[in-house]
Design a protein around this ligand. Sequence first.
Ligand code: FES
Length: 613
Amino acid sequence: MPEDIILFQPMGRRVVVDKKHSLLTMAEQNGVGIEATCGGKGLCGSCKVQVQGKVSPLGKAEADYLGPDADKGYRLACQTKALEGVNVWVPENSRLHQQVILTTGYEHEMNFDPEICVWELSIPLDEPEQTDQMRERILAQLNLAAQLGSDFQWNLSSALLQGVNEKINRSDGKLSVVTTMSGLCLEISTGWDTKCLGLAVDLGTTTIVAYLVDLETGRVLSVKAEMNPQVSQGEDVISRIALCRDRPDRLEKLAGSVHQCINALAQDACMEAGVHPGHIFETVLVGNTAMHHIFLQLDPCGLAQAPYTPVTSDSVEISARPILPESVPGAQIHVLPVKAGFVGADTVAVVLALDADQVTEPTLVLDLGTNGEIVLATPEKLLCCSCAAGPAFEGGHIKWGLRGAPGAVDQVSVSADSLVPELRVIGDGAALGICGSGLVSLVSELVKIGVVTPSGGFDPAWRCQHLREGTDGWEYLLAKKENTGTGQDLVLTHQDLSHLQLAKAAIHAGISLLLAELGLPRVEKVLLAGAFGNYLDPVAACGINMFPGVSVENITSVGNAAGAGALSALISRSQRKRAQTIARRMDYLELATHPKFNETFVTSMAFSERGDD
Ligand code: FES
């Protein structure tokens, strides 16, 4: 991170350090919503933030107010000034606006054949009650209920049999036994109303979404989402990998923060559904390869250098208890397989959810973010690659960039005569900044009119009150300071254009090389997965020439398909197996060392298909 930048997270807003002003003032001036109930007097604590980097010394009153939190890097934003580049994490309780996290998935039919089953047994009461005989009687009833054959091997530990006589007597012989389909008994409880739950987790670089599922019906009971707490340690996967390389103890800390967050999400989801977290018998988790490695505490450093090899690409099972402490012994977390250093289990899950391994016509599956994963599916092939798009699609490195949150402009139309823009703002309030989909929408309008040239610069011939020379070069004025929520002009700078151009060129080049590899001029269908893809206007994306070989009417947004894939693998053994097959079947095209990558990237920069000015 440059020395003189304050990075407010999870908003992703970068602000140049001004040592005269408090973090709260800097946040207010730059559209970062921090609660300030007492108006910045240091009396209410609502502006508490976590800070990494050199800031003004902690005063006595502030220290008294913060108590032990001061040792964890917390400060009151209204009492603290940045003295150099710092990371500022705004915890949920201190945020004025909540982030918009995509939790809805692609609606599709899912097989229902879960790995975990609950058997409702009637144990005869009129027989001897020695524990060893009780074991035989339970197994006999399990065999009857499951009909897996009398020689099926159940694994029923003596620990589970403790107190079982009493349970049987108490319940008139009615027992529920939760088992895996491979025969491991996980719990014996009285009565026939035991809950059998599962958790599907989509562990993203920026957000974590958890789905609580009834494993007897396949019904989703509750969905909870939170920002990935690792964002406060590093904005993207590369910075987190670098952290692990420089400070090996950080791997454990990064993993721990995500484990805690997943447990908190599980607790919240259970509370909302009115069930107990101890009834979560299985969890399926998907994530990109770096998140997968950090979650499993596998050294991620190999992912940052060629040949970007994962420590393991197989699916992994670990005990749930260290992460979900209320789980029964034997409960597992199943992590889906990854394909390559930058094509992870989330991409495998997307392919699974969208049935991209069973297409009948050439289909592109795109999951766009800081890293774009692209899969080109044909009836014969599954070819994938990964593109380093950078943070522009998430509002990163953009002067007034924001993640999708209230106050972010997410759609723009521009008058071709006057260049006056019409803005759509999430939450309908005054504009605080612009998110990735708003940026693409705006630039597409400006390209259409000709204000932005195909090669990527502003055309000075359009000079007017909306296209002007600012302190950093030419800029387009989206909203005057009187009309913004920051009290400053909202502009698109020449540098912003360059960042968007590099991001879209990375995607364009990736698609071009995949198509060339399979000798295809175009595809018949495009499926846009993930948060950015969900909010991206396909017309605007085509308007900046992001997707080669694609007709706009063939583009469909499919929501959080990675989450849908995790759900599918949770409730279906056959889908889980299919995920393994997909990971093995996919071929990976490494772009970093591709002989035509540089040439293709340069031609992909143009904002229009012809590319000339
Ligand atoms: S705004 Fe009240 S303590 Fe900072």
